[in-house]
Design a protein around this ligand. Structure first.
Ligand SMILES: [Zn+2]
Length: 194
């Protein structure tokens, strides 16, 4: 699938193509990423969630090719089912999938929707779904930068004025520096180029 997609994109970046420079650049980048994934597959290396999402995007042409002009439609369906199992679901998406399926079944009792809403409220205490901002390698989904600011909340046990124990805390409020603090980013940008 990735090789097919690369072939299409390679055609689109030939000098006589009418694609603009920015899109050509994007195609270049994507071809590089696809080659890296193909390389990983050949070496039997573990694929990241980001890799899996790129594979899903590349598979889409064959998946939508219902008249099977490429001859890969069946494989594409199988690959898509496999990706469904492998790709992590954000809570919001999980909720939408369940709701969608339940809506299609006219016999679904109201109580099931009520239960779903209870779970929804539990995973989104502030009514804002938690969506991941970084891929499994810690890169910002929006800009690809690896630099982030994060708060860490440790719990300290005090006896009088003395700290007797420290429980290492969780990382909260992790934000991409390039996206959110562009002024401060110049200080750290070397980390992205190294
Ligand atoms: Zn970013």
């Amino acid at each position: 699938m990735l090789e097919d997609d690369n072939e299409l994109m390679s055609k689109a970046i030939e000098p006589d193509s009418d694609l603009d420079e920015e899109n050509k650049q994007m195609n270049h980048e994507l071809i590089k990423k696809h080659r890296a994934i193909i390389d990983k597959v050949q070496k039997n290396q573990q694929l990241t969630q980001h890799n899996l999402r790129l594979i899903r995007d590349a598979n889409e042409i064959h998946l939508n090719d219902e008249i099977n002009s490429s001859g890969h439609h069946e494989q594409a369906i199988e690959l898509d089912n496999w990706l469904d199992l492998m790709i992590e679901l954000p809570a919001k998406q999980a909720f939408e999938i369940l709701e969608d399926h339940l809506h299609r079944d006219s016999g679904t009792p109201v109580l099931v929707f009520r239960a779903l809403h209870t779970l929804w409220e539990e995973v989104t205490p502030n009514d804002v779904p938690e969506k991941p901002s970084f891929d499994s390698e810690g890169k910002c989904f929006k800009c690809g930068s690896r630099v982030s600011f994060a708060d860490v909340t440790d719990t300290l046990v005090f006896v009088g004025d003395e700290i007797v124990k420290r429980h290492d805390g969780d990382i909260t409020n992790r934000n991409c520096v390039r996206c959110n603090y562009p002024k401060q980013y110049s200080e750290y940008k070397d980390h992205d180029s190294s």
